[in-house]
Design a protein around this ligand. Structure first.
Ligand code: SF4
Length: 168
């Protein structure tokens, strides 16, 4: 089975996305989510996800993330685009560095994300880094494992991650 570096945005997307993915790949889990606001929320999501997966954990570059989006913060499409580019670029770079031939992201399973944008970004990065982007669309399965999330006590967050997506 081939290896894949899977950018994991949270425990519940990780759980849902891997149910089928693990039939085809040997998965290495990668945590790079500098978008998450606040530090306490970041820790909560990571600690929850770590109960199910063993991660390669990258830096919590929250300042870098904020500087990248600060001029487009209130444009949802542009902000999410930069957020995806930042996280997926790091994943592709890391896959290249570790000599893992495939990369992908659990963001693809979420019906709340901008799916086509993610797909386009992944495909561009595939060309740029010469690492295969594994595209999948299992948004229909997002709610299928709800009972298991509860059974395993996985944290179900209330917002995407950044301060701009946080309910006030
Ligand atoms: S809404 Fe989600 S994907 Fe969009 S910028 Fe915020 S954290 Fe990133």
């Amino acid at each position: 089975m081939e290896n894949i570096l899977l950018h994991t945005c949270c425990g519940i997307c990780g759980f849902s996305a891997t149910q089928n993915l693990e039939k085809s790949f040997n998965i290495k889990y990668y945590w790079y989510n500098p978008n998450i606001h606040l530090v306490s929320e970041y820790k909560k999501r990571l600690d929850s996800a770590k109960t199910k997966f063993t991660f390669i954990i990258d830096t919590y570059d929250w300042k870098k993330w904020f500087l990248r989006i600060k001029n487009i913060a209130y444009n949802n499409i542009e902000r999410c685009k930069e957020c995806y580019i930042m996280r997926l670029t790091k994943t592709a770079e890391k896959a290249k560095e570790l000599k893992i031939n495939n990369f992908s992201s659990t963001l693809l399973i979420s019906p709340y994300q901008k799916h086509d944008l993610l797909k386009n970004i992944g495909e561009d990065l595939q060309k740029r880094f010469n690492v295969k982007f594994h595209y999948f669309d299992e948004r229909k399965n997002f709610y299928k494992y709800r009972n298991q999330y509860r059974e395993f006590g996985l944290y179900m967050q209330k917002y995407c991650g950044c301060v701009f997506s946080k309910p006030r």
